[in-house]
Design a protein around this ligand. Structure first.
Ligand SMILES: *Cc1c(COP(=O)(O)O)cnc(C)c1O
Length: 522
């Protein structure tokens, strides 16, 4: 049993417990799909005066069912509330997903984002009626440029991967402007999967750069690959092993000398914000995940925000639109006007409008409530927390790069310590669910076997980290003692047991078919 004061031990809860009639477990309710609890005639809204509605719609009315579930308001509220109770969230506990930077979302940011002047405006409103919003975008842009030491930023990309696309399109435009059609982009082995995917999406061939035994980019191997066909490199710093790339400035110099550009994946900026300015390392373009570093919410597919900072060399190719001062007013510069200004060779637009306003408000709120010194402290605490985990677990787990010094914001372990136990990284993750923890990132990065990548972020307390560490140590003890069933059969206590992950990925069922129709079809 763990030293956290709880008096239950796994097993005692269900040993003599009856099977419930409902399939529910106390407050954990078994919830069908929304279509299964819906009725075609039910609606959450009662429009009493139907004839008047018909006139208001000019006689237009629906002539067939639209296939949406019909439920009353309380049924909808209960359905989603029940589902939310089966979910794990940063508001419930540590979310140690490496590379994802799942930190607390301060409620002050939420309050500000809901102010009507930010929440209720429309992107097609005249610029003079949204001066405050434009000012906020401009101020956030100034913070990002200052923190990165870079002269230009594009605010419109909607996530990290979208930012990568933005940066690589600018790099391609810069080469095209010089009349060059370079074909290859170099990407380290340890890169986030989005990096090679982005390069390929832009029509480049991807060539992998090997890692050194210390988990860094192999500088000599990179230099050997540079040549007139190389458009640039995409390097993550800190990298996905949670390590700083100390030779990045030298890498940039070599790439520039060979006529290429340096794209930096800045999703892990959390670890270095306020400490290192990417511009000083010779980077030409880098995305910043506001939804990671600057605490705006993420998960479940969004909404994110991935502004991209640019060097002097790439700034003319940055996308539209952008905010510019025009006398006392701020304006949003669109296509035609731009050709003469700072974005003279802009590659065009990334999105219909100018980015994620709600995320901009939250990110600036976060920056202003911390201040420059506070942001530096954020990076220091994130790194301290990760190193605390690394050092307390390295004796029991295998930490492949721990000997080469401290890590940055995340601690990486391999599955070597599980050798001969019959237990895998996946089994350990499932057992963590039983203990009430969201698992860490698994099997990524690919450079270590059975990877376990743990990122605590700065918002976990020491007591919280200790509880998490004790849990992992207890599980490690059980694994080494041969308690295989506890892992192979896990999760025992989740709403659903072990799922068929291969079938989920290979044969996803993404639409709902009414059961009796499906039967008729057979
Ligand atoms: C999260 C992440 C990305 C992608 O960001 P999204 O906002 O999810 O598109 C890219 N690279 C790294 C290193 C990341 O951690």
């Amino acid at each position: 049993m763990l030293k956290n004061g709880r008096q239950t031990s796994p097993g005692s809860v269900t040993e003599n417990a009856p099977q419930t009639f409902t399939g529910n477990r106390a407050l954990m309710l078994d919830e069908p799909l929304i279509f299964e609890i819906a009725g075609p005639k039910t609606t959450g809204v009662d429009l009493m005066d139907v004839p008047q509605v018909e006139t208001r719609l000019g006689g237009l009315e629906r002539n067939r069912e639209i296939g949406l579930p019909g439920l009353a308001e309380p049924e909808v509220v209960r359905h989603y509330t029940r589902l939310s109770r089966m979910n794990y969230a940063i508001d419930m506990g540590i979310f140690p997903l490496g590379s994802c930077t799942m930190k607390h979302n301060p409620r002050l940011n939420e309050k500000l984002a809901r102010l009507p002047g930010f929440a209720d405006i429309h992107p097609l409103q005249p610029a003079q009626s949204v001066q405050g919003a434009l000012e906020l975008i401009d101020e956030l842009a100034t913070w990002l440029k200052k923190l990165c030491g870079m002269p230009e930023v594009s605010m419109s990309p909607k996530a990290g991967a979208h930012g990568e696309l933005c940066g690589m399109l600018a790099i391609r435009a810069a080469h095209e402007a010089r009349g060059e059609a370079r074909k290859v982009v170099l990407v380290p082995e340890s890169a986030h999967g989005t990096n090679p995917a982005t390069a390929a999406f832009c029509g480049y061939e991807v060539d992998a750069i090997p890692a050194t035994p210390e988990g860094r980019v192999d500088l000599a191997a990179l230099k050997a690959k540079l040549g007139p066909d190389v458009a640039g490199v995409m390097i993550t710093n800190p990298n996905t092993c949670g390590l700083f790339e100390p030779e990045l400035a030298e890498i940039s110099e070599a790439v520039h000398q060979a006529g290429g550009y340096v794209y930096c994946d800045g999703a892990n900026f959390n670890a270095i914000v306020g400490k290192v300015r990417p511009g000083d390392l010779g980077i030409d373009a880098m995305h910043i995940n506001l939804h990671k570093t600057f605490s705006t919410p993420h998960g479940g597919g969004g909404p994110g925000s991935g502004p991209v900072v640019f060097s002097e060399a790439l700034a003319p190719y940055a996308p539209l639109p952008f905010v510019r001062k025009a006398g006392d007013m701020l304006e949003l510069v669109e296509e035609e006007q731009a050709r003469t200004g700072s974005h003279s060779d802009s590659f065009g637009r990334m999105v219909a409008f100018h980015g994620q306003m709600g995320m901009f408000v939250r990110a600036l709120s976060y920056m202003k409530s911390h201040g420059a010194d506070g942001l530096r402290q954020v990076a220091e605490d994130a790194v301290l927390n990760a190193n605390y985990i690394l050092r307390r677990l390295e004796g029991e787990l295998t930490a492949p790069f721990a000997a080469s010094g401290p890590c940055m914001h995340e601690a990486l372990f391999s599955d070597e310590w599980l050798e001969d136990t019959g237990i895998t990284t996946l089994d350990l993750a499932k057992a963590m669910i039983d203990e009430g923890y969201h698992p860490m990132t698994m099997y990524f990065p690919l450079v270590v076997h059975g990877a376990m990548l743990i990122e605590p972020t700065e918002t976990e307390s020491k007591a919280g980290l200790d509880r998490f560490i004790e849990t992992i140590l207890a599980l490690a003890g059980a694994a080494k003692a041969g308690d295989v069933e506890r892992f192979k059969e896990a999760p025992f206590y989740a709403p659903l047991r072990r799922l068929d992950e291969t079938a989920a990925a290979r044969k996803p069922i993404l639409t709902w078919t009414e059961p009796d129709l499906a039967e008729a079809a057979e």
